[in-house]
Design a protein around this ligand. Structure first.
Ligand code: AMP
Ligand code: ZN
Length: 111
């Protein structure tokens, strides 16, 4: 997808160290961390919203949620973390390529 920063990161056009990578997803550090540890799980295929779900995309999102728990120790999240998927304007989504925030490394504020 043209002009999508996460597609560019996935393609290697914007450098961003990958903490994990497989055929369906990457995990990188968020450039503006909102917690002591803040990672982004980014599917390699472009779509913006959960409302654009189809069977292929659902498989990819399922894969992300199967892999994330296997990375907890490696990412320093074994004491707990928060998973966030911002959706659209009111949800505060700024990058319109679906991604899963992983926040942890400290006790997070209630919300
Ligand atoms: P969202 O607001 O849910 O769309 O989240 C987008 C996130 O991407 C924000 O937390 C940004 O800090 C993060 N971000 C934007 N550009 C980069 C980048 N080049 N590398 C890593 N994270 C980024
Ligand atoms: Zn994209």
């Amino acid at each position: 997808m043209e002009n999508c920063i996460f597609c560019k990161i996935v393609a290697g056009e914007i450098p961003s160290p990958r903490l994990y990578e497989d055929d369906k997803m990457i995990v990188i550090r968020d450039i503006e961390p909102k917690a002591k540890l803040h990672y982004l799980c980014i599917p390699k295929t472009h779509f913006a919203l959960l409302s654009e779900m189809n069977d292929v995309r659902a498989e990819i999102v399922k894969h992300c949620f199967q892999v994330i728990p296997t990375l907890e120790k490696q990412l320093g999240l074994e004491e707990g973390y928060r998973v966030i998927i911002n959706q659209g304007e009111n949800g505060g989504q700024t990058v319109h390529h679906l991604h899963i925030h992983l926040l942890g490394g400290e006790k997070l504020a209630d919300f």
